[in-house]
Design a protein around this ligand. Structure first.
Ligand SMILES: Cc1cc2nc3c(=O)[nH]c(=O)nc-3n(C[C@H](O)[C@H](O)[C@H](O)COP(=O)(O)OP(=O)(O)OC[C@H]3O[C@@H](n4cnc5c(N)ncnc54)[C@H](O)[C@@H]3O)c2cc1C
Length: 473
């Protein structure tokens, strides 16, 4: 008999748009059991192939069915150090869920909804965290003298550190910011990823022996050569893609035109919404325009509308995107959440100029309407400006969220580290080793912006290569 999918509970859109508490509530035990029971335990499960870290999905769902939750936790942990995090932020609809047999067009499963694998992973991860279950060490003590430097504490760096530490290798993570987590902390807002979840996972790494040195920019405080000179046997670079892209249109330098990175960092990392309790302020506009169609744009708009609500400003936050909704790279769920919370969508609209007042603050944006032309190199239909369609709108705060590139702080002072034309570090695809012997890399610094789990997948590969490398020293 066909079993209906369990819809995960969410807080109502009015109350949640007025705070930073988590939006998606997750499965109860009864709901997790009901959803797990939809899995038909395929003989040859395809879902695993959709997971960049190859979690044994069939087994852990089977364990949930038998209420063996600790077993399910152990199964997930074998491949994924951060289940509660991934269960929240993974774009599962493009990964494991997309590969679920239920999404196939052919009978007998045609037009069924994929099993909610990520919600089940989150249920198990949260349950494990509540019980205080942590990453287990599986080291054999073969490397008492060996230590590895991990640069960057985003998902790539943390994952690599965890993989090495659980094998008994001493790891020191160097992070340029004052707090760890990379985009997980300064980019993704707490209403999508509560900070206690992130803190638990990072604390687990510390308990495994990982040492974290914050406020240390490698390339400024010390070079890669100095790390080797200090006795590190190998180095992993998980530098991310932290440099924002701009449109190059007039008025981008006006006051109150933020990059998404700065806007989100001020709020998510520096708690600017609690100013003056915290020292960093953020301006809040009456008419906010967010430019872009990806997750970063959705996060920026959802943060912006919360700031307006919290400060008693009648919400007016709009996303400007030059293509249609179908081409938006953001997750569908994030688009729906943004819309439900009151964010307006100006689709097929391309900002051309920000206009400023006499004090240099933005006060209007001029845009053109677009229509869709032929597909471009990305396969998405190209936006074509409609002549004479220019229009103006009030805008006293703008957030530009059109993409991120590699930052060159480290690569710029390390000429022997080969990079491509985008400034991304080039690695051997089999080993993740860079052009410098003993230096490995993964995450967004390799190949540009990706996803959390893809960054972790690359980091795991690099960790395996590092273990192999140090074993041969
Ligand atoms: C706003 C936003 C929302 C997103 N939402 C999602 C989502 O919902 N799901 C998803 O899967 N992906 C999402 N992504 C993408 C995802 O977050 C990234 O793919 C992922 O974080 C990349 O991990 P990373 O470890 O390579 O880099 P990062 O997370 O960027 O971490 C890099 C870290 O390295 C540090 N660093 C850089 N250079 C140095 C240096 N020289 N010395 C010391 N430290 C250094 C940085 O300060 C940073 O902490 C989102 C991205 C953004 C920006």
């Amino acid at each position: 008999m066909r079993k209906e999918p369990v819809k995960v509970k969410e807080r109502d859109s009015v109350s949640r748009a007025g705070d930073f508490e988590e939006v998606v509530e997750g499965f109860s035990e009864a709901e997790a059991l009901q959803e797990a029971a939809r899995c038909i335990q395929c003989k040859e499960p395809k879902c695993v192939s959709g997971c960049p870290v190859e979690i044994d999905i069939k087994t852990f769902i089977g364990q949930i069915m038998k209420k063996d939750y600790d077993g399910a936790y152990a199964t997930i942990r074998q491949k994924n150090n951060f289940p509660s995090m991934c269960g929240r932020v993974c774009p599962a609809e493009y990964q494991c869920c997309k590969a679920c047999v239920f999404t196939k067009k052919e009978e007998p499963f045609a037009s069924r909804e994929a099993v909610g694998i990520h919600f089940l992973e989150r249920f198990i991860g949260d349950r494990g965290a509540e019980k205080g279950l942590r990453i287990e060490a599986s080291g054999d003590g073969r490397w008492p003298e060996c230590k590895v430097a991990v640069v960057g504490s985003g998902p790539a760096g943390l994952c690599c550190a965890g993989e090495l530490a659980r094998r008994g290798i001493k790891v020191v993570v160097f992070e340029g910011l004052h707090k760890t987590g990379g985009v997980l902390r300064y980019g993704i807002p707490p209403f999508r990823l509560p900070r206690n979840i992130l803190d638990f996972e990072i604390d687990s790494l510390k308990k495994l022996g990982v040492e974290i040195r914050a406020n240390t920019i490698i390339g400024r405080a010390k070079t890669i050569d100095e790390l080797f000179a200090e006795g590190f046997s190998a180095v992993f670079l998980g530098l991310g893609a932290g440099t924002p892209s701009f449109m190059g249109i007039p008025g981008e330098n006006l006051c109150n035109v933020y990059s998404a990175n700065e806007f989100l960092t001020r709020v998510n990392l520096m708690s600017a919404h609690k100013f003056p309790e915290y020292h960093t302020p953020v301006n809040i506009g009456r008419h906010i325009v967010v430019i872009g169609g990806g997750n970063t744009a959705m996060d920026s708009a959802r943060v912006a509308i919360r700031l307006q609500n919290i400060n008693g400003i009648k919400p007016d936050t709009a996303i400007y995107y030059r293509r249609s909704e179908a081409e938006m790279p953001a997750r569908r769920i994030e688009i729906e959440h943004a819309r439900d919370e009151g964010v307006r969508f100006e689709l097929l609209a391309r900002p051309e100029e920000f206009m400023g007042d006499e004090k240099g603050f933005v006060w209007k944006v001029r845009s053109s309407r677009c229509e869709l032309g032929e597909p471009d190199s990305t396969g998405r239909r190209r936006p074509v400006i409609i002549p004479g369609s220019s229009f103006e709108a009030d805008c006293d705060l703008a957030v530009i969220a059109i993409g991120l590139r590699a930052n060159k702080v480290l690569t710029g002072v390390t000429p022997e580290l080969a990079v491509d034309k985008y400034g991304d570090v080039i690695v051997d695809p089999k080993t993740a080793e860079t052009s410098i012997k003993g230096v490995f890399a993964g995450g967004d610094i390799v190949g540009g912006e990706g996803t959390v789990i893809e960054a972790m997948g690359m980091a795991k590969k690099a960790a395996a290569s590092i273990i192999d490398y140090v074993s041969r020293l």
